[in-house]
Write a protein that binds this ligand. Structure first.
Ligand SMILES: Nc1ncnc2c1ncn2[C@@H]1O[C@H](COP(=O)(O)OP(=O)(O)OP(=O)(O)O)[C@@H](O)[C@H]1O
Ligand SMILES: [Mg+2]
Length: 266
């Protein structure tokens, strides 16, 4: 008799074990998806939730660089992947943990799709409150594979910067989410403002996220300030919520985590 679970059974088991699935998407590259995914994950973990973060940016995997730590994934007795343990209640998995550093990942759609299915169904994630997916920019194969594999998820966070808010690519990202019959959990405006001494400046303009939120009737879940020190820390693999305590940007990530937790419970 064959005791192997079917693909569908593996995904239903995952869905039984994970309370909330949240994907982080953007219309354009470089707006801060990975920064948001990583620091949202550490903030949620520090609030006591069991969290998993999965890097779905197959060609440009970045979470390890920003999350730090030397933990590596393992294999359990059922030959399932065991994600790397970053904190006692934070696990992470990225293709960059499995391939040689510096080597390009030249995979087309079907291969990416099967990798994503393995990261979901053939991985021992254990019991989680939140599973966060860091997506590549735009609405390509990875986002499609994720949503096709999991079906309905709790929500998708759309990250944008103020100057991009009004642009087509953000609207396209939102339209993609709706066309997949999924929910936009809310918008995160990254590089929303900058604090210079006691003055707040808006290098990329102001009010964009609010306009978008009003137009689509979705909440602004977070406004993340721009902070050069944060950039340095992220480059060194030091998540802001763990290594930059007391800063404005740390506070903004904690607020984001609170808002995300509140909004999924709705
Ligand atoms: N609020 C911020 N303040 C300062 N630097 C930031 C901030 N947000 C992001 N950065 C920096 O901007 C760069 C791009 O951010 P990030 O990699 O998170 O974007 P991304 O949307 O994931 O990019 P990609 O589309 O390539 O995946 C990184 O070097 C990051 O450290
Ligand atoms: Mg990224």
């Amino acid at each position: 008799m064959d005791f192997k679970l079917s693909e569908d059974q593996k995904i239903s088991t995952l869905k039984e074990n994970v309370k909330h699935f949240i994907a982080v998407l953007s219309g354009k590259g470089g707006v801060g998806k990975t920064t948001v995914s990583v620091n949202l994950s550490t903030a949620l973990a520090e609030s006591g939730y069991n969290v998993g973060i999965l890097d779905l940016d197959i060609h440009g995997p970045d979470i390890v660089r920003m999350l730090g730590g030397n933990a590596i994934p393992g294999v359990d007795e059922d030959e399932r992947i065991v994600p790397a343990q970053i904190l006692p209640n934070l696990k992470a998995l990225s293709i960059s943990m499995l391939v040689e550093e510096g080597k390009p990942i030249i995979w087309r759609g079907p291969l990416k799709h099967s990798a994503i299915k393995q990261f979901l169904g053939d991985t021992n994630w254990g019991q989680l409150d939140f599973m966060i997916f860091d997506l590549p920019p735009g609405t390509g194969d990875e986002a499609l594979s994720l949503l096709q594999t999991l079906g309905n998820i709790d929500g998708i966070i759309v990250v944008t910067t103020p100057q991009r808010v009004a642009l087509d690519d953000v609207r396209r990202a939102i339209a993609f989410v709706h066309s997949m019959n999924q929910k936009v959990l809310g918008i995160v405006e990254n590089m929303s403002y900058m604090k210079c001494k006691d003055e707040i400046v808006y290098p990329f303009g102001k009010g964009g996220a609010d306009k978008l939120a009003e137009e689509y009737n979705i909440p602004v879940l977070g406004r993340i300030p721009m902070d050069p020190k944060a950039l340095e820390l992220l480059d060194e693999g030091k998540p802001i919520t763990l290594y930059y305590r007391g800063s404005e940007i740390e506070k903004s990530f904690r607020e984001l985590a609170e808002n995300v937790a509140k909004n999924v419970e709705k």
